[in-house]
Write a protein that binds this ligand. Structure first.
Ligand code: IPD
Ligand code: CA
Ligand code: CA
Length: 267
């Protein structure tokens, strides 16, 4: 089944990427703000609808957990249900600004495990993908997280939430990372940050994000040899494998050092 889900998810992600490229080429989208400040475009909604329609036609019994149409989906921890976790556009601000770090993220989760992950980057012409136990790839190239790097030379990505009521805490993390590592990147797509760690072009990534931001990328990162964990508390409402609270994804050699640096800021 996993192989079928992967093939289907890869095809859907590539079609969703076409919709996104076309919308930008035709300047064919409207902008709105959810909850007053969080940007959403008509393309986010169109891609969400496309993915949900296609998945529910092909797999009517599967659960869909999608940022735009079903963000409050509650998952039954006892059930063996197959769950499709979707971010139709990860990097909406980048999309609206004409920047290139934009992705479609599709993860498949079942029985306490991330089974499939596909992250399509339509403007970078890259598709990252992984299936549990089968390695991670970008287009047709196998991915491997960085190794043998010194902490001092590490480049760490992060992101900032729409609501910044804990600005001091966020800046504290940035300060510590800049003190110990080479530099920070804020690329604007959590899914692509996770793929960057898988590809070895980033040494680590931390941020608190939602399940749809990380479901696919976390599998791609672990299949490429990176370590996925958390540097702080996680809310109980999501299973561990879909929980993006205090998400920390780092190449295996540097995981413990970055974890300690971030945990120090929490004291
Ligand atoms: C956002 C991006 C961004 C991250 C934010 C996310 P969206 O997703 O992944 O990089 O910093 O936390 O909300 O809103 O563009 O789907
Ligand atoms: Ca997102
Ligand atoms: Ca989104």
């Amino acid at each position: 089944m996993q192989q079928q889900w992967l093939t289907f998810a890869r095809s859907l992600a590539s079609q969703a990427g076409d919709i996104i490229r076309q919308a930008r080429a035709n300047d064919g989208f409207d902008r709105e703000f959810k909850s007053g400040h969080e940007l959403v475009t008509s393309t986010d909604l169109a891609v969400d609808k496309f993915l949900v329609d296609e998945i529910s036609k092909t797999y009517p019994s599967h659960v869909i957990f999608s940022e735009e149409s079903s963000p409050a989906t509650l998952l039954d921890p006892e059930s063996d249900q197959v769950v499709w976790v979707i971010d139709p556009i990860d990097g909406t601000v980048n999309f609206a600004q004409g920047l290139e770090h934009v992705a479609v993220s599709i993860g498949v989760y079942q029985g306490g495990q991330r089974r499939v992950g596909v992250v399509e980057a339509p403007f970078l012409h890259k598709q990252y993908w992984a299936a549990k136990g089968q390695g991670a790839f970008c287009n047709d190239q196998p991915l491997a997280a960085a190794s043998g790097k010194a902490l001092r030379n590490a480049v760490i990505a992060t992101g900032f939430p729409y609501v910044r009521d804990n600005l001091d805490e966020l800046l504290g993390y940035v300060r510590e990372i800049l003190t110990h590592c080479q530099d920070i990147r804020r690329n604007g797509s959590a899914a692509l940050d996770l793929c960057g760690v898988a590809e070895g072009v980033l040494d680590g990534y931390y941020e608190s994000v939602k399940p749809w931001d990380m479901a696919a990328g976390a599998l791609i990162a672990t299949e490429a040899g990176a370590v996925v964990g958390a540097f702080g508390k996680q809310r109980a409402e999501w299973p561990l494998e879909l929980n993006g609270d205090h998400l920390l994804v780092v190449s295996a050699d540097l995981y413990q050092s970055i974890l300690e640096i971030l945990q120090k800021c929490k004291k």
